[in-house]
Design a binder for this molecule. Structure first.
Ligand code: ITT
Length: 211
């Protein structure tokens, strides 16, 4: 999907096929995952520690879009923003867009407690990436992975993972995300799928950004 960016002043005007992108996020774990995938296919990623305000919405794509537009309108540099959420079937998709708040308040132990007697453990991790530049406006990429909420927290020996990683086990694996190496998680995570969609477009012939 393509939308225009309002009120963008034109500048240098030269078309260059730049092989780098800024990722506006305050989360180093997310940044490392995205950097690892993109750098392996020749796209350098810089971390921009600013992000637009997160609006209240039950749609993570809308949240990411708003953040990306705000960040872009402040710095005028092509960038991506990612919003992710854990959607638990037994709770009708909650916490979803409220994942950050739920993680901060009740954490994984709280979720496991709420799910103590539940047999339906199905959950979906979703990632929404929005790319924003002068030339393209905003573009949307998404990724999802289905799995289940474990009964206990399971972290690997190397203590990897973050957030809900210790309680999310994708259906395709015996391991929780936290028991995986970065490379294993990136093999088929929600974020990896969205990033790969983005990279496919970014590396395509019809991509030109004005700087
Ligand atoms: P930004 O600065 O990029 O917004 P954030 O930490 O606020 O980073 P999100 O809004 O995308 O991240 O995600 C909300 C929360 O969901 C996040 O704080 C984590 O606790 C959790 N989360 C997101 N992606 C995750 C993943 O891949 N594995 C485990 N937990 C994740």
């Amino acid at each position: 999907m393509l939308k225009n960016v309002n009120n963008c002043s034109s500048n240098a005007g030269a078309y260059v096929n730049v092989r780098n992108v800024l990722f506006a996020t305050g989360n180093f774990h997310k940044f490392n995952e995205v950097r690892s995938i993109l750098s392996s296919i020749g796209i350098a990623v810089g971390m921009l520690r600013m992000k637009g305000k997160e609006i209240q919405s039950d749609n993570i794509m809308e949240i990411a879009e708003n953040c990306a537009l705000e960040a872009f309108n402040q710095c005028r540099i092509p960038l991506i923003v990612e919003d992710a959420g854990l959607f638990i079937d037994a709770f009708e998709g909650f916490p979803g867009p409220y994942s950050a708040y739920v993680y901060k308040t009740i954490q994984n132990r709280g979720i496991l407690k709420l799910m103590e007697n539940l047999q339906n453990r199905k959950a979906t991790f979703c990632s929404a990436i929005v790319y924003c530049s002068q030339e393209t406006g905003v573009l949307f990429f998404e990724g999802k992975v289905e799995g289940e909420i474990t009964f206990t927290e399971r972290k690997g020996d190397n203590n990897s993972g973050f957030g809900f990683d210790p309680i999310f086990q994708p259906f395709y694996s015996e391991k929780t995300f936290a028991e995986m190496t970065l490379e294993e998680k990136n093999y088929s995570s929600h974020r990896a799928k969205a990033v790969n969609e983005f990279a496919k477009w970014y590396n395509s012939d019809n991509r030109h950004d004005i700087f």
